[in-house]
Design a protein around this ligand. Sequence first.
Ligand SMILES: C[S@@+](CC[C@H](N)C(=O)[O-])C[C@H]1O[C@@H](n2cnc3c(N)ncnc32)[C@H](O)[C@@H]1O
Length: 293
Amino acid sequence: MEKGTGTTAGEALRSVFTELSGAGVPEARTEAEFILMHVLGAKRHELFLDAMRELTADEEKGLEEIVRRRIAREPSQFIFGEAWFRGLELKVTKDVLIPRPETELLVDEAVKVAGQLKGEIRLIDLCTGSGCIAVAAAKEIPGSLVYAADISAAALEVARENANRAGVADRVKFFQGDLFGAFSSELRGQVNMILSNPPYIAAAKIKTLEPEVKDFEPLWALSGGPDGLDFIKKIINEAWGFLVPGGVLLMEMGYGQANAVKGLAESSGAYENIEIIKDYWKIERILKAGRKA
Ligand SMILES: C[S@@+](CC[C@H](N)C(=O)[O-])C[C@H]1O[C@@H](n2cnc3c(N)ncnc32)[C@H](O)[C@@H]1O
């Protein structure tokens, strides 16, 4: 067995917590535990049961490097290259947005809509990023066929790998392009659901976000133009053309955008049964709109 450094897991946990909280890292205690779990290859309860276990020199070196990056406010998902979404462990790199818990709700709604449909279900996931929505939807809607698109080739590479890891690569097809421009016109009028979490943050607001977001996540995944609605407007205007009559658009939006988004869907004249769905924090988060027959 490798010789210990004299630093125990308990001491390392306390010192990482102190460093992270000193650097203003949110939820420093949870983050410190998470980092130690990774470095020691331990489950959370083992950190406490085995608090006197000494770190090896390699573990201590690895820990220092991780803490250095986290103090610089790099998100732990980028440091470890993984993120969880609807029970799936996904690969993430700096080319993709880290999947957010509120986006899981979009898949929840898609699963509910799918439950009311018969026959083969076709979905589009626009602005797929890590592929989190596309992959989870394919996994949770058996037999469905997902057409996923993004403008970023690097993001699509990550999304492809995630589809492979989740065992749904045969049912998720990836396309590169600007919004619906990624798809062939043969797909028009053929899709039961369009899911999207587009960039929707107002450009001027980005500099006010946490360093983890503004300094590390890709700007092109965040910025939705001056009022944040550039992509949302385009998607509302074009989505109906790809939906079957009665098909459903489910799209995520930002805090305070619900009235504008609902207004855009209504004034387009293309949708009915327009609803705004709140997330787990009671924030208006998802537009649900059916294509008029
Ligand atoms: C908010 S992220 C969403 C990523 C992922 N769907 C999720 O929920 O985590 C937006 C994504 O839109 C992509 N994007 C930006 N501009 C685009 C465009 N014009 N056409 C297609 N995708 C675009 C970005 O590359 C990014 O992956």
